[in-house]
Design a protein around this ligand. Structure first.
Ligand SMILES: Nc1ncnc2c1ncn2[C@@H]1O[C@H](COP(=O)(O)OP(=O)(O)O)[C@@H](O)[C@H]1O
Ligand SMILES: [Mg+2]
Length: 207
């Protein structure tokens, strides 16, 4: 495999979706074959699971939420990500398994070992080549999400303490895997964040 898997992480409103679009345009202009995708989602069944997880008012116990996320991810890896990597594509994924450690682990209190067990079942060794952690104070992310104005999903409607645990878990993971997960200051202007990301991507993936 000589494709690349680049994942974007961070709290809601950090700018992930914005920056995925900008990086994909930059890479395409350089002639890279890019595939943009997201989690939960990225496949037909995955997008249906996404709706259940994010937007359906149905009650989900934590284990059900966790398993649904990994069910969607299993389909995504086999149906979309691995085939794209095998065809040398650069896959830009808006959230991936670090988000599960942050949201279901840090946010919901699932032990990290349990997330790791599911990761090993579903990933079969797949890891991102590079993860960009867009870090932003929680209140700033919330203000941006409100300004974006699409309503709140299941996680956006959680309290500030939940979001602070997510941020802290992301930062701890970044510190413990600093080679793969690069910290990006997401509080800067869009163009400044874009420049940070472009530099990191070229530095790490085109040494
Ligand atoms: N660096 C930035 N500075 C100010 N606003 C931003 C920045 N990046 C994104 N935004 C805006 O904040 C909102 C959330 O951005 P988005 O890319 O949807 O975040 P995410 O996908 O991480 O939730 C959008 O309205 C977007 O235009
Ligand atoms: Mg987004």
């Amino acid at each position: 495999m000589s494709g690349k898997l680049i994942t974007f992480e961070g709290g809601d409103g950090a700018g992930k979706t914005t920056q995925v679009a900008l990086l994909s345009a930059t890479l395409r202009a350089k002639g890279v074959n890019v595939l943009v995708t997201r989690e939960p989602g990225g496949t037909e069944i995955g997008e249906r699971i996404r709706d259940l997880i994010l937007h359906d008012p149905v009650t989900l116990v934590t284990a059900a939420e966790l398993l649904l996320i990994f069910a969607a991810r299993a389909q995504h890896i086999v149906e979309v990500i691995r085939p794209a990597l095998a065809r040398d594509k650069w896959v830009l994924c808006d959230r991936f398994t670090d988000a599960t450690f942050a949201y279901q682990g840090g946010g919901r209190g699932v032990p990290a070992e349990r997330v790791t067990q599911l990761e090993s079942i579903v990933h079969h060794g797949l890891q991102p080549d590079l993860t960009l952690l867009l870090d932003l104070p929680v209140t700033e992310g919330m203000a941006r999400s409100v300004a974006r104005g699409k309503g709140e999903d299941r996680f956006e409607s959680q309290d500030v303490a939940f979001k602070e645990r997510i941020r802290a878990t992301y930062l701890a993971r970044q510190a413990s895997a600093a080679h793969r997960i690069r910290l990006v200051d997401a509080s800067a202007q869009i163009e400044v964040v874009q420049a940070q990301i472009k530099k990191l991507v070229l530095q790490v993936l085109e040494p």
